[in-house]
Design a binder for this molecule. Structure first.
Ligand code: NAI
Length: 262
């Protein structure tokens, strides 16, 4: 079911953390991996590297053109942590991700799978629908700061908001490309031990300390990559528009507390 032999898969963020491990797992399962990142990935598990800045529209368009046709899956894994500030965070984590995805749609094979790396941080999306709709309506990469001002999104909130928007946008597009069998889903990890874990702990402060206290351990890239690989495989064809938690039980923990089930 997880056989990816003969599939061509584009992985953004392939140079580090979850993206690097995903590239490795996909490659081990037989896929031809195209890594897109601003930094060069480990060449051992990437058949082709395309350098791109996913915060820059011209670079995004050029990278999408370079990917070629017949792509069977796109894993949108590149992302910035909350310490980078609201404009870069929302530009890379949502506007750039969406622009790259939309540029690749004509190049995807029928039946292709798109997997977006969201986060447990996006859990509260339903409480921010007006701001999320405004962000989804924004096409101008220069308009992020004004949108944030209008909706009270500061640097600390921007990472949460970027993942809320991503989950909502994925849900909204559950059937957009259904005639071609193209599906899109999110994977939402809890805290994962990668180079940006420290950034999360720094931004979230006491809340992160509490999360780490109730968790038995932080996630590892190897906990996340197999799920992304499954979503790239034909065995997951009926999963569409979903947001799948992969967090050692943290999502359930939050829900159980919220509904008095703990
Ligand atoms: P990481 O920092 O190890 O890897 C991110 C990769 O994205 C890097 O290779 C980086 O070069 C690339 N990237 C960043 N900005 C870019 C840009 N403008 N253009 C091209 N490439 C760019 O981070 P990690 O932890 O592997 O995160 C991967 C994804 O998983 C992110 O979307 C993150 O938000 C998400 N995530 C991470 C969690 C964690 O605790 N580490 C938890 C939940 C979600």
């Amino acid at each position: 079911m997880n056989d990816l032999n003969g599939k061509t898969i584009v992985v953004t963020g392939a140079a580090s953390g979850i993206g690097a491990e995903t590239a490795r797992v996909l490659w081990e399962l037989g896929a031809r991996v195209i890594g897109v990142d601003r930094n060069a990935p480990d060449a051992a598990h990437v058949d082709r590297y395309i350098r791109a800045d996913l915060g820059d529209p011209a670079s995004i368009a050029a990278a999408a053109a370079e990917c070629g046709d017949g792509i069977d899956a796109l894993c949108n894994i590149a992302g910035l942590p909350p310490t980078r500030g609201r404009v870069p965070v929302l530009t890379v984590n949502f506007l750039g991700l969406r622009a790259f995805t939309e540029a690749l749609i004509p190049r995807l094979a029928d039946g292709a799978s798109i997997v977006n790396l969201a986060s447990l941080a996006g859990l509260g999306w339903a409480d921010a629908v007006p701001a999320i709709k405004a962000m989804i309506a924004l096409r101008d990469f220069g308009g992020v700061a004004a949108l944030c001002d209008a909706h009270g999104v500061d640097d600390a909130r921007s990472y949460f908001f970027s993942k809320e928007v991503l989950i909502a946008w994925t849900l909204q597009n559950r059937w957009t490309w259904r005639e071609r069998g193209i599906r899109m889903n999110c994977v939402s990890p809890g805290p994962v031990d990668t180079p940006i874990l420290g950034d999360f702990l720094e931004t979230l402060g006491a809340r992160a300390e509490e999360d780490m206290r109730v968790m038995d351990r932080p996630g590892r890239p190897a906990d996340i990559a197999p799920l992304v690989a499954f979503l790239c495989s034909d065995g997951s064809a009926w999963i569409r528009g979903s947001n799948i938690a992969c967090d050692g039980g943290m999502h359930s923990h939050v829900l159980a507390n919220m509904y008095g089930l703990s």
